[in-house]
Ligand binder design. Sequence first.
Ligand code: PRP
Ligand code: URA
Length: 209
Amino acid sequence: MNNLTVVDHPLIQHKLTIMRDKETSTAGFRRLLREIAHLLCYEVTRDLELDMIEIETPMTKMMAPTIKGKKLVFASILRAGNGLLEGMLDLVPAARVAHIGIYRDHETLEPHEYYFKAPGNLEDRLVIVVDPMLATAGSSTAAVTKLKERGATNIRFLCLLAAPEGVKRFSEEHPDVPIFTAAVDSHLNELGYIVPGLGDAGDRMYGTK
Ligand code: PRP
Ligand code: URA
């Protein structure tokens, strides 16, 4: 699929294997997600445009590159998106942050929005939506639709794990939004969980359930 990038760097794959292991602790899971976010952030921002500005080093004046345009927006789909968000902010501390509260009903798998707060001028900014899990794509497609309603036109979606069913639906509903992921797994089970997956990302991050 054209709009799908699988970031299969060995360090990411190694860390993801530890995250998948059901014996990995909550603290370990959170730390690894943050570390993988650094590596994914590097890839999702790889083609950002640069401007040249004049600076003065201790030796001389020079023209030096700096990221062009308005500050990026990272849009975290709560709760689990915050695990990726922290790592992204480590690398781009000046980014603006949008929070989108969405949970999926365990019975119907339909997304329910309970919170939305985003910076202004979304139309002038690159918005990178983050959520570790792309399962049915109900949550991520709803989040992207909302951001578009608020003016965003330049959007990327970054996750850790995707199901083929979710990638298909997301690409059909938002063909203009590239997807970056560390892996595409086998399938969704009858409860809408990614298989082999890693379980419930929010619960594993925060020690709930
Ligand atoms: C998880 C995950 C995604 C969503 C993916 O969140 O973090 O947001 O499920 O599933 P989907 O692609 O089928 O919509 P969850 O609803 O469990 O909420 P939480 O992060 O608050 O635990
Ligand atoms: N949400 C999760 O946290 N895990 C899955 O496998 C599917 C949706």
